[in-house]
Design a protein around this ligand. Structure first.
Ligand code: ADP
Ligand code: ASP
Ligand code: MG
Length: 410
């Protein structure tokens, strides 16, 4: 008997029919003698619908109230699944994040899980119940409802698996695993049987939304056995996130391509080149809780600096307003921004031991006349910022150039 946490995403619970199918899959695991905890997302489109309702009232919705609102989506699906399970003759109970005591900090809309009180879960499991938990949500120490950021049900799933010392956390979605890149953009993308934890961490942080980044961080920290599978197909095996790289020299250097359209670029032009400039610009940005991603600083011959960085597109307006107010203090000539950019990254642990990857990447983009606006590298990834309109073309030509569609020879 194993303890399994299964998380089902929005498309997997998009209708009553789909929910009944999830109930049947859960029942199958239960019949095999396993204990099952199920974590659910809201029906697909529901979270967006709720956010749009809020925006009809406030252009920048109050974060606390937004969390009260959007957390309702998951409450609908858990109740329906618990009913469907009972209808199949199983014992089941649904719980909201707050009822399970998923304690988070108070950073509304992007809260972090601090603690999970798993007593109630264990009691229910011991009594033979399937426990159905609302993903994406928790409660802070003052009793306020919080949510974990978009895609946060993945993190609920992995965090519960860690707290319960589950044997496996299965993430059921609308694709049958992690692919070399988003299969919606590149039809000949290839499913990976395994991907290293490090690579998955990079892919997720660089925009592959198949797993929320924090869920991968949790899996790494608590060594949760994590698998991505299809809820639409039977027994595909999916993709296992591995903690060791057992691959041989013949394995590919690049494992995948990730991209992110949610980026915007801001440049502070002509700031005097003095110590502390980066802090003067980025300190207030951080204080305003705006995440900064890539950063470039260029000093010209006239001893002024152009300082460019990227932020999440939905924080762009706030960041631009903030910098406009800082402009006189910074002594900057101008603040300019661009919301039509995208970031594309190639990821692979093999990059550690191979040279020439960057030049292949840049040559491939140059051949298509795609201008690179920013570059950043780490040991196992190379990221470029390009115009958003070239993104899909860039992903496809790079997928071909690195032959990611081909099964590596072992
Ligand atoms: P869910 O609602 O189940 O959480 P998501 O939409 O959040 O599903 O994530 C699944 C989607 O992630 C897929 O439909 C796919 O378009 C996208 N995706 C992006 N990059 C990848 C990748 N490398 N491998 C698989 N899917 C990817
Ligand atoms: N329903 C939430 C969202 O759409 C959480 C999730 O699906 O993981 O972001
Ligand atoms: Mg998701």
């Amino acid at each position: 008997m194993a303890l399994i946490v299964q998380k089902y995403g929005g498309t997997s619970v998009a209708s009553v029919e789909r929910i009944k199918q999830v109930a049947e899959r859960v029942a199958k695991f239960k019949m095999l003698g396993h204990q099952v905890v199920v974590v659910l997302s809201a029906m697909s489109g529901e979270t967006n619908r709720l956010i749009n309702l809020a925006k009809e009232i406030q252009t920048e919705p109050d974060p606390r109230e937004l969390d009260v609102l959007v957390s309702t989506g998951e409450q609908v699906t858990i109740a329906l699944l618990a009913m469907a399970l009972k209808d199949l003759g199983l014992r089941a109970r649904s719980y909201t994040g707050s009822q399970v005591r998923i304690i988070t900090d108070s950073a509304f809309t992007k809260a972090r899980i601090l603690d999970i009180d798993n007593q109630r879960l264990h009691d229910n499991l011991d009594a033979g119940c399937v426990v159905v938990v609302a993903g994406f949500q928790g409660v802070d120490e003052e009793g306020n409802i919080t949510t974990l950021g978009r895609g946060g049900s993945d993190t609920t799933g992995v965090a519960l698996a860690a707290a319960l010392h589950a044997d496996e956390c299965q993430i059921y979605t609308d694709v049958d695993g992690v692919y070399t890149t988003d299969p919606r953009i590149v039809p000949n993308a290839r499913r990976l049987d395994t991907i290293t934890f490090e690579e998955m961490l990079e892919m997720a942080s660089l925009g592959s939304k198949v797993l929320q980044i924090r869920s991968v961080e949790f899996a790494g920290k608590y060594k949760v056995k994590l698998r991505v599978l299809s809820s639409f197909e039977e027994d595909s095996g999916g993709t296992l996130i591995t903690f060791e790289d057992n691959r041989t020299m013949e394995q590919p250097i690049i494992s995948g391509i990730a991209f992110n359209r949610d980026e915007a670029k801001i440049t502070v032009l002509g700031v005097p080149d003095t110590p502390g400039v980066a802090y003067q610009i980025l300190g207030p940005v951080a204080d305003a809780n705006i995440d900064v991603d890539m950063i470039i600083q260029n000093t010209g011959a006239d001893h002024t600096t152009d300082f460019t960085f990227t932020v999440n597109r939905n924080e762009y307006a706030r960041a631009m307003d903030l910098l406009e107010t800082l402009k006189p203090k910074l002594g900057a000539r101008e603040i300019i921004g661009d919301k039509t950019i995208a970031k594309l990254s190639i990821v692979g642990v093999g990059m550690r031991s191979h040279v020439g990857i960057a030049s292949t990447m840049f040559k491939t983009l140059a051949k298509e006349n795609i201008n690179i606006r920013m570059i950043s590298t780490s040991e196992i990834k190379i990221s470029v910022v390009i115009d958003e309109k070239y993104l899909e073309l860039a992903v496809r030509v790079l997928h071909d150039a690195f032959e990611l569609d081909k099964q590596p020879v072992i």
